[in-house]
Write a protein that binds this ligand. Sequence first.
Ligand SMILES: [Fe+2]
Ligand SMILES: [Fe+2]
Length: 326
Amino acid sequence: MSNLLKNRTDQAYMTIFLDSLRVDSLLDFDLYLNVNHNLILYRSADLPFTEKTRQKLIDNKVDRLYITNENKHNYQIYIEKNLDKILVDPAIQETKKAGILYETSTSLVKDVLANPTLGENIHRSQELVANTVGYILKGRDAFLSLMRISSFDYYTYTHSVNVCTFAVALAQQLGFDDEEFLHELGIGALLHDVGKSKVSDRILHKRTPLNQIEFEIMKKHPKWGVDLLSETDLIPATSYYPVLQHHERGDRSGYPSNLSLDEMHIYSKIVAIADSFDAMTTERVYQKAIDSFPALKVMLSLKGAFDEKLLLAFVDLMGPDGLSDV
Ligand SMILES: [Fe+2]
Ligand SMILES: [Fe+2]
């Protein structure tokens, strides 16, 4: 049988970076090479990926390979398992590490939104948050690399990853460096909108403002998120707070419980800021994105809505080098 595969459609394959493959690991997916615009089976899944293989590819100036879309899930799991090693590998450029982390995170959140009550998905989220926290703790450059590659188009999965990044970085900016704190916050931030998986696409993607009935349904997503996550009950108890309270506002104008700032958990106050900022600065079907600086100005003008000390720390976090890049 010939190994030569016609490059039928680009959609049948996806590109992966050579840097994402660990030497001496077993790859649970076939690798293809692009040779004169034809994709050729280079290494089948049952062969170990060795240093010799890697060096040969580098010598031939290959830095990306291909996998079939059918193997995408296997690749995703492989990357998640090896993410800790990838993120500390000195041979991999920082921007590439940020790209791998961001892509892995968004793919995982897609899986979670498709099946939020699957325990395995929640376990994977916990592992991913541990890696994200570790990465952001490396310092401001790591955070900025993640921000530079973050998507400005709004989807619940990219939004969830952006909010997790902002929330963990804001906590670090505030001096919270306890890993348990950052992990509990991070998992709550990543899963804060999981209840939207129960809201119909018609409402989620509506191009015009929601009518009252639709808004009442939308307002249920924090509670639905808690309900869904309670089914597996794998996340820490305190991580439920930001899921339930991220739309509360300190002036009691939020939902679902019109809480005051004093009644909101610290994780919820942090996620409320990260969530609002990302919602304003990403492009929505019904609303143009605004730049970071005007978004922060709007948030500062809403007196009492956000915790002022946290919001000022967020302004510090974003600027001036952060602001010029977003
Ligand atoms: Fe939300
Ligand atoms: Fe959100």
